[in-house]
Design a binder for this molecule. Structure first.
Ligand code: ATP
Length: 283
């Protein structure tokens, strides 16, 4: 049997860092939502008792460093696997972009193996297992729209945003999440108003959502990579409404209600940036 799992990217409507933990990680508060830009993960049983990963990407290894591979190993350790498994990833989400590409592949593998083996493991357990693989994996197990706290492992669902388009522009650089977190100066952070976004989501209030969005990592990334600031400025100049960097960047996105306006911004951005996408919010 061959099984497919869609692995959608996420964007951060908010990203706040509340403090540093004794385990070296940071306590975060993030509102994330899934978008219709997705990898496709194909899984099937093989005779040999091993885990194989294949994908065509210059930037992502297919060996044990791949988060999809790590997810399969973690799944096998906890639940056992009655057969070997081959995992093929069709990579559509840009890498090291702030869109959670690796995390969503890992989450898709956990969901996919659960289906392939007919184990019926509840999502909460898969999310708990995913937390050991990466901070964004628990959210990606559930998808939709949610607030994640702790290291990212405590996930609570939220109302989905009002339906709209997302224009994404990824400058031609990759950003390491670890590097950005290392540069944070806790006392200088401008915290977003997370409660206001939750409010805006429950009221399906597009304007309020856009005006409340914020990401504390933005200033750090913008200072290190002026290219990201440039892309953000161009997008704003084109009249894009909610413009924000996702995750640790460098992808910058705008939420737009109206398709023809979104298409205009998308076309405009293509003159400045190689990787531009126009997709719907899924969350
Ligand atoms: P986040 O927003 O969760 O920090 P990101 O979108 O910035 O993630 P990813 O695309 O997940 O970053 O990639 C980060 C690193 O993870 C890269 O160095 C990449 O080689 C590695 N990686 C491992 N497995 C995968 C995978 N399946 N897909 C993408 N990257 C992977």
């Amino acid at each position: 049997m061959v099984l497919f799992e869609k692995a959608p990217a996420k964007i951060n409507l908010s990203l706040d860092v509340l403090g540093k933990r004794t385990d070296g990680y940071h306590d975060v508060e993030m509102i994330m939502t899934t978008i219709d830009l997705a990898d496709r993960v194909r899984l099937y049983a093989i005779e040999q008792d091993r885990i194989e990963v294949s994908l065509e990407s210059r930037y992502v290894p297919s060996d044990e460093r791949n988060l999809a591979y790590k997810a399969a190993v973690a799944f096998k350790r906890r639940y056992g696997l009655p057969f070997g498994v081959h995992i093929h990833i069709e990579k559509n989400i840009p890498v090291s972009a702030g869109l959670g590409g690796g995390s969503t592949d890992a989450a898709a593998v956990l969901r996919g193996l659960n289906r392939l083996c007919s184990f019926g493991i509840p999502e909460e357990e898969l999310a708990d297992l995913g937390a050991g693989i990466g901070s964004d994996v628990p959210f990606c197990v559930y998808g939709n729209t949610a607030i994640a706290t702790g290291r990212g492992e405590k996930v609570e669902p939220l109302a989905s945003p009002p339906s709209c388009w997302v224009v994404l522009a990824k400058p031609n650089i990759g950003v390491s999440t670890r590097t950005i977190f290392q540069q944070i100066k806790l006392e200088q952070l401008m915290h977003p108003n997370t409660k206001e976004i939750v409010h805006a989501l429950s009221n399906k209030d597009f304007e309020h959502m856009c005006s409340s969005m914020g990401n504390v990592l933005e200033n750090v990334t913008l200072t290190l990579y002026p290219e990201v600031q440039r892309i953000k400025d161009i997008m704003k100049h084109m009249g894009a409404p909610g413009v924000l960097m996702s995750g640790s960047g460098p992808t910058v996105y705008s939420l737009v209600e109206n398709y023809s306006k979104a298409k205009r911004i998308y076309n405009g951005m293509r003159g400045f940036c190689q990787e531009v996408y126009l997709v719907r919010l899924l969350g």
